[in-house]
Design a protein around this ligand. Structure first.
Ligand SMILES: Nc1ncnc2c1ncn2[C@@H]1O[C@H](COP(=O)(O)OP(=O)(O)O)[C@@H](O)[C@H]1O
Ligand SMILES: [Mg+2]
Length: 253
């Protein structure tokens, strides 16, 4: 059970370049949050600050009631899935999945049994002895996901994990991610510029523009508020399906 609170978070890179402005967000335990917005709006920066990979310039990051601003990434009980998978090419799928367990000093038999269990969930069992270079993009992506799952972390952070896949594979991976979340219920913060992805995955959507959080609401409330939010855009949208509308909306931000 892990909640995350962002309180008045700012990020200023060197030379006074402020890219995150006063972001406030209350993420409840078990929620699947999608941060969506155009390239360069600060999504990765925000995620990396939650992960501890980027210094927080101002504000507080609170996880389960504890201020975490200066806590090391490895002590934040989280797993990160990157866009480029970041797999170890010389390790087998089994060892890639079990990597974090090895770091924690867990014995080989336990590591392998955990990796086998995770591989089963992700339908990777037949590939356990292969190296990443022998896998397709979709399979590599599932290994990266498996490595995060094997950590059993309270928080999963995912930065555009599907953006290197073709459209068909993205669809099927989205469904798998959703299924996994229903099963595991880990608090998840998922970053994407893809509005369809936001709609299909999120419990709550956070829309960002130029480092400012524009809206943070449940999918249900989001749907209800869309017509007014979009009114001037809807008239030029055809056909005005919900997905198309949201696409226009975030494009317009
Ligand atoms: N290490 C860095 N140093 C300086 N500026 C950066 C750094 N990383 C990102 N930025 C800038 O911060 C802004 C937000 O970047 P980023 O968080 O990567 O956006 P997104 O993930 O939404 O595409 C961009 O203007 C980018 O150029
Ligand atoms: Mg990014």
């Amino acid at each position: 059970m892990t909640s995350i609170t962002l309180q008045n978070i700012d990020k200023v890179y060197s030379e006074g370049n402020q890219v995150i402005h006063d972001v406030n967000m209350d993420i409840k335990s078990g929620e699947f949050i999608v941060i969506v917005g155009p390239s360069g709006c600060g999504k990765s920066t925000l995620l990396r600050m939650i992960a501890g990979l980027e210094h927080i310039s101002a504000g507080d990051l609170v996880i389960n009631g504890h201020r975490m601003n200066t806590v090391q990434p490895q002590d934040r009980d989280l797993a990160f899935v990157f866009q480029n998978y970041a797999l170890y090419p010389h390790l087998t799928v089994r060892d890639n999945i079990a990597f974090s367990l090895e770091l924690r000093g867990i014995d080989k038999a336990t590591r392998h049994s955990k990796a086998d269990e995770v591989a089963k969930t992700l339908r990777l069992s037949e590939h356990l002895d292969k190296k990443p270079g022998q896998l397709s993009g979709g399979q590599r992506q599932r290994v990266a996901m498996g490595r995060a799952i094997a950590r059993d972390a309270g928080i999963y952070l995912m930065d555009e994990p599907l953006s290197n896949l073709d459209a068909e594979l993205r669809n099927s991976m989205r469904a798998q991610i959703k299924q996994l979340h229903r099963k595991l219920r880990n608090t998840t913060v998922y970053v994407t510029h893809d509005q369809i992805e936001a709609l299909t995955l999120a419990d709550k959507i956070a829309v960002m523009k130029d480092g400012v959080l524009q809206q943070f609401a449940s999918l249900k409330r989001f749907t209800m508020t869309l017509p007014t939010y979009l009114s001037h855009r809807l008239s030029v949208t055809h056909p005005p399906t919900f997905c198309r509308s949201l696409f226009c909306k975030t494009r317009a931000l």
